[in-house]
Structures are given as structure tokens and as C-alpha cells.
Design a protein around this ligand. Structure first.
Ligand code: GLP
Length: 240
């Protein structure tokens, strides 16, 4: 694993966006795995800037988001569909038919959706570059502690800590979903290259356990130690 420590969040975001932009330039039909949360906001801002100021062309990429809440309509203000639209897709030229986000809207057969989502990733040829954040409990995407390293896209229950961390994105506690659809750890490990991003002191403990501790299903992100092409970009606070 290559570990890059940057002085601050802005530098982290720029370095990560440079890696993505370079990969897209080398391979325009790149298949990208994309995260949500606070951490990737800077990278999306930087990709939007590169698209408008440096002609970064995303018209041939295909994107697969890593997860989505169950029970929120795609237009709900706290859905990951909305997040991706507001922070990235509205501002760049990824064709809508090349954007994939699991559908967790009310009334969806989420088991079937999970199976189809996993198949869609395979049919696309697998993920070339997958960007992932880390939860304070060491989760990746919504693979909570205890998730199998061979897990696939599926319906999961959210950990209490994960729901607490999500509180800031919801109007009230009772609106926070209890379940999500997430790609599995097995799905993530099949990506050809992985970029792990972590920023801020609240992530330092999870980062230390993920990168420096034993590989264990108690710490989902520690699975990345098994992958041959991982770059972790940490700011100083997360690396501490
Ligand atoms: C959620 C997302 C994860 C993300 C994590 C950390 O649980 N499903 O993909 O990595 O939050 O988010 P943040 O970057 O806001 O700390």
C-alpha cells in the first residue's frame, strides 16, 4: 500500500483528483467507483473545476456509486442520488445512462436491486479505479464491522455509530434510515486500483487500525491491506 500524507484537506483533494483525472486521460472509458460523505466533497469540487477549466472530459467514463440508503426517494435531500447530482453530475459531462447508483427508493425490491447492481459492475468489466472513504468505526462503503471480506452487493443494517454520524445530514433522528444497499468488500477488492481517502482527527483511530492493525473483519477497511494497488491519501490529522 502506498501511503501519501498531505498537509491539509485541500491538498488531499487535489492529489486525489489529479490521480482520477490522469486515469481518465489515459483510459477515457474508465469505470469509476464513487463514494459519498464529507471526505470526497473536495475531490468532486476539484474534478468539476478540471472539467470546466482544463477540459477534463468525462463523457466516456462509467460510474458506480458504492452505496445508497434504503427508504429514501432518489430526490430526497439526504439521498446519495441527490448528493451526487449536486456535487458532481450536475456540473460535469458523464452521460446519465453511464451513471449507476443503487436504488433504495421505497417500494424497490432491494434484494433484486443488489443482485442486479453487482451484475452490472461485472458486465461493465469491473471497476478500474475505486475511491473510498472510511467510517469512524472502520467501515468502507456501508460494510460495517463483521462484514465478510467476500461479501457482495447486498442489503445491510447500519451500525449505531454510522447512524449517529449521519445525523447531521438529516432533519431529525427518526428520518435516518436503518438500512442501505452497499457494494461488498469482495466487490471492492476486485477493483483494479483503490484510492482510500481520510481527513481529520476523527478518522485517525480508524486509519491506524485499518492500515497498521491486524487484518480483521472487525475492521472492514483492513481488508485493503490485501489489495495490491491501494493508495491511501491522508491529511496530517488523519495520519496522526
Ligand atoms: C458513510 C458512507 C461511506 C463514507 C462514510 C464516511 O457511511 N456510506 O461511504 O466513507 O460515511 O463519511 P465522511 O467522509 O462524511 O466521514
Amino acid at each position: 500500500m502506498q501511503v501519501l500524507v498531505t498537509p491539509d484537506y485541500l491538498t488531499l483533494s487535489r492529489q486525489a483528483a489529479d490521480i482520477v483525472a490522469e486515469a481518465v486521460r489515459l483510459q477515457p472509458p474508465l469505470i469509476l467507483g464513487l463514494p459519498t460523505g464529507n471526505t470526497p466533497l473536495g475531490i468532486y469540487r476539484e474534478l468539476v473545476r478540471k472539467h470546466s477549466e482544463e477540459n477534463l472530459d468525462l463523457s466516456r467514463v462509467q460510474t458506480f456509486n458504492l452505496d445508497e440508503y434504503i427508504g429514501l426517494a432518489s430526490g430526497h435531500p439526504s439521498s446519495y442520488h441527490t448528493y451526487m447530482r449536486l456535487h458532481l453530475f450536475e456540473h460535469v459531462n458523464v452521460p446519465v445512462e453511464r451513471i449507476h447508483i443503487p436504488d433504495g427508493a421505497p417500494g424497490t425490491d432491494t434484494e433484486l436491486e443488489s443482485t442486479c447492481y453487482e451484475q452490472a459492475i461485472h458486465q461493465a468489466g469491473g471497476i478500474d479505479l475505486l475511491i473510498v472513504g472510511i467510517g469512524s468505526n472502520g467501515h468502507i462503503a456501508f460494510n460495517e464491522p463483521g462484514s465478510s471480506f467476500t461479501s457482495r452487493t447486498r442489503v445491510v443494517d447500519l451500525a449505531i455509530e454510522t447512524r449517529e454520524n449521519a445525523r447531521r445530514y438529516f432533519a431529525s433522528e427518526k428520518e435516518i434510515p436503518h438500512q442501505a444497499i452497499t457494494v461488498g468488500i469482495g466487490t471492492i477488492l476486485e477493483a483494479r486500483r483503490i484510492l482510500l481517502l481520510a481527513s481529520g482527527s476523527a478518522k485517525a483511530k480508524a486509519v491506524a487500525r485499518a492500515l497498521g492493525g491486524p487484518v480483521s473483519e472487525d475492521v472492514p477497511a483492513s481488508a485493503l491491506q490485501h489489495h495490491p494497488q491501494v493508495t491511501a491519501i491522508l491529511d496530517e490529522a488523519a495520519a496522526r
